[in-house]
Design a protein around this ligand. Sequence first.
Ligand code: SAM
Length: 226
Amino acid sequence: MKTVFDAIASSYLREDEHWGCDLDVVVRAIHPFLPRVAYVDLGCGPGFHVATIAHWFPEASVTGVDYSFAMLAEAEREVRCFGLQNVSLVQANISEFKPARMYHVLTCLNNTLGNVCACGETPAVREETARAMHALLVSGGKLVASVYNLEKFSQRYGENFRVLPQSDIKRGELFVEYMPHGVEPVQYYSHWFTESEFVRLLEQNGFKIELLEKRLARLVVVATAI
Ligand SMILES: C[S@@+](CC[C@H](N)C(=O)[O-])C[C@H]1O[C@@H](n2cnc3c(N)ncnc32)[C@H](O)[C@@H]1O
């Protein structure tokens, strides 16, 4: 089934007004594990963070995981454009990604955590994802996660987006329609987090929070797997 991420892949960074660059925190997190850091980005989308980290740190082993073939095709283009030899792109659902290795640093950025829960499922999917992220990290490994901050929610969601009436905004439960010109509209689910909810999700699933910053529409966390 075609998801919003397939529909938006080629224009995602331009169209998602809430998107932001977290490279500075990712670099800080990987620093202690250089030069041969094992880094994975879950829900890597068009590969912005994966390609840049691989480019800056050629001895790093970098993995990007996404279930959208269209997003992975964009990421592949970035990887080829930079001529990177140290990136693997894996098509998988995060919940089914079971690699043979563990990672020093794992990222899950720009509200991928708010997208993992498909319509009709319970927030338990986010709990499972947090546990899955923990299981992928070595002890003392670092998680960098950014989610959309409910405090910053506004009905004006973006030029090609419409927040649907069945959304429960108080609980951050958003159903959104993406309606680009000349293409079939696609609906999708996006959870926006309160700060306390995001902290609780990570702390109850094996992480110690080292840094939490509010950046534009995002809450950005660096946490250690304990
Ligand atoms: C909001 S975008 C963020 C993309 C990227 N992290 C960034 O910062 O540019 C969410 C991405 O997660 C992917 N995604 C969402 N749920 C997923 C799941 N359960 N398994 C794998 N990928 C998923 C989508 O295909 C999409 O590329």
